[in-house]
Design a protein around this ligand. Sequence first.
Ligand code: HMG
Length: 443
Amino acid sequence: MKDPIKGFSKLSKAAKLEWLVNNNFDHPEAARDIFTTYWHADAALQQRHDEFIENTISNYYMPYGVAPNFKINGKLYTIPMAIEESSVVAAAAKSAGFWMDRGGFTAEVLSTEKIGHVHFMYEGDATPFFEDFDALEKELRAATAELVANMEARGGGISQITVVDATDRLENYYQLEVIFETCDSMGANFINSNLEEMAKSLEQFAAQHPKLSGDKLEVVMRILSNYTPKCLVRASVSCPVEELASEGVSAEEFARKFKRAVDIANAEPYRATTHNKGIMNGIDAVIIATGNDFRAVEAACHTHASRSGSYKSLTGCSVENGIFTFWIEIPLSLGVVGGLTKLHPLVVRSLEMLGKPNAEELMGIVAVSGLAQNFAALRALVTTGIQKGHMKMHLMNILTQLEATPEEKIQVANFFKDKVPHHREVVNYFCALRGVPVPKVEK
Ligand code: HMG
């Protein structure tokens, strides 16, 4: 058992690293080397990264790839993707090329409202909150007038405030539910600051109201919700069925099987989870590359997938009158200002690569990337199987693990050009090539 440390956060970066390597590694020198190898050569840039989070001792690199040829609403994009998994970028690029030849993607923002709550308990008759709501709202708006002034100047602000009786879910539980319009920002800080002011104002209202009591009210939390069902975007592709022939499968069979695959994801949560994971491959990669919050987006999308009471597909498919249509409709609360957007040099470049989109345009791009990813995965699944393409892309990782030389990598890649490079077969072939015994499988 290691000794705990007090005051770690107050140590310098160098002292943190020393404590870490000397107390957590068998070979401190080797560990220190790796952590410092990943420091940026530009000290100012490194300091910027250090300050993004706390107790930073190194940087964790993620590959940054690009998928060209995305035609969305008639405009051509190259989409930046930060992700560690092989075959995701290739799959996105392949889908982009496929749909570019069939009219491209359409994206439409359906709504842009964000939501936040003051969660409070009231142990008594709460009717006056509802009956005197106009007076309460006036006070809440007055309390936040200064905070919302700039957002209002940009065309946003607070759209709606309501009191919600949630006592059917939890005894004495009420909410102030507030709808926000945050323009080009994700708006988390803006929303939370407003909610904190509103909570104070709510307490004052209860304390001063003749029929309420400040003592009976307890504000528990003031926080935005990452579930944004009213910040929705829809993206779709469509083409005549006869244009779908793929990987040796006829167009009609492809369309039928593809729709079946979506139907299965809607009927079976085990499949829906993997199906949606594939969608998030595309979404998260763009979210990370553009400096947005992938945890918030993940949480919102999974809640959305469960909104019927059962976990379902985030995409839909129809084959009607000879037309194949495939779409995604998801909540995406994104920002192109604030957060890391001006701080991380690669995020700045990502947004520039996308033509400096506003938040709504970025919602469309991200939704398209999820749809494209799902199209590629389902296309592989209902035709060749996923392993053929995925393992083809993963082959280099296997060979790197085997410490293959560049020449050996080329030889092995050539051998597996027209075969599925399953892990064991790659190891066997590689060992035969080197003339060494195949390593035993460790328990
Ligand atoms: P392919 O047909 O062998 O590729 O597909 P190709 O060599 O004929 O090239 C066609 C195009 O694909 C290229 O056009 C590229 O756009 C792209 P070009 O640039 O030549 O004009 N492409 C590449 N882009 C960059 N680097 C590459 C590359 N290779 C092709 N090296 C491919 C190969 C992997 C694209 C295809 O098999 C595929 O889309 N497979 C699906 C892969 C996938 O979905 N991966 C996600 C990870 S698996 C997973 O986690 C999710 C899953 O479980 C979800 C689910 O179950 O629903 C599957």
